[in-house]
Design a protein around this ligand. Structure first.
Ligand code: 293
Ligand code: CA
Ligand code: CA
Length: 275
């Protein structure tokens, strides 16, 4: 109604030509055009509003989506960091346990090292004391050996040099080795003087005579054959078929030079060595 009134007054103002015929029809046509134009304008405005709203909403939705994605990524990162943290804490606990156990072992080892050091000190002192005792004993043995040789020489009026006796009873071979280790060998008695010199010795001793290699064929240690023997009566008898080495038997009478006896080589006797 308002529009009709406006257009009517407008049409009235314009039409100054005085032509009245067909006026209402034209007026209606114009009104209709104006209405259409207005409607179109309104539609355009509404369309513009809709498009603007659509773009804005779409942009907001995309933004929200992006925020959501970012939030999910954050969550994911946080979860992963939490997992890492848990792993690291567990590793830390393990390392702590290992450290404690190693510290304990270190302490034990330190204690062991200390104990061993103490033990080492004691052993070193023992070794020193034993070395000292060994030296003393060696000196004593040397002095006794010297004394023995002196007695051996003086007691039996032996004027022969280069004689000495092994320090303990051994088999014939061991006694021989004792002599050889000292640059000598078991004595070879190839003169009466030698036999006289040692025959009254108050021990049973080995001499360097044997038939080890060939039964009945007695030989000296230098491989020479026996020429003159100083046998006890009835010797050598190879008793039980096992007597291959020769000893000098202890004899009360130093005037009795016949004091040799064959006996098993495994018997233990001291040996008389000759250089
Ligand atoms: C037998 C007879 C003894 C002799 C002895 C020694 C051993 O037992 O008269 O003293 O043999 O020859 O070597
Ligand atoms: Ca024999
Ligand atoms: Ca015999």
């Amino acid at each position: 109604m308002e529009f009709d009134a406006i257009y009517a007054s407008y049409e009235d103002g314009i039409d100054t030509t005085g032509q009245d015929e067909g006026k209402p029809q034209k007026r209606r046509g114009r009104r209709c055009l104006v209405l259409k134009t207005v409607c179109l304008g309104l539609i355009c405005v509404l369309l513009l509003v809709f498009i603007t709203l659509y773009i804005t909403i779409t942009a907001e939705r995309d933004l929200l989506k992006s925020y959501k994605n970012t939030a999910e990524e954050f969550n994911h990162t946080i979860n992963s960091l939490q997992d890492n943290y848990t792993d690291l804490m567990s590793e830390k606990d393990q390392l702590k346990n290992s450290f404690n156990s190693l510290s304990q072992k270190k302490l034990e080892l330190e204690t062991r090292v200390n104990d061993l050091s103490v033990e080492k000190g004691q052993l070193q002192r023992s070794v020193e004391s034993l070395s000292q005792k060994k030296l003393e004993l060696e000196t004593r043995v040397a002095s006794l050996s010297e004394e023995l040789t002196k007695v051996f020489k003086e007691g039996y009026q032996c004027s022969l040099d280069g004689f000495f006796m092994s320090n303990k009873p051994m088999s014939w071979s061991e006694s021989r080795q004792f002599c050889r280790d000292r640059g000598a060998d078991l004595i070879i008695i190839n003169t009466e003087e030698k036999q006289r010199c040692i025959s009254s010795f108050k021990e049973r001793v080995w001499i360097g005579l044997s038939d080890i290699e060939n039964e009945g064929n007695l030989k000296w240690v230098d491989n020479s054959t026996l020429i003159q023997g100083f046998w006890t009566e009835g010797e050598p008898n190879d008793d039980k078929g096992i007597e291959d080495c020769v000893e000098i038997r202890y004899s009360c009478s130093s005037s009795n030079l016949n004091n040799w006896n064959d006996l098993p080589c495994s018997e233990k006797r001291k040996g008389i060595c000759e250089k």
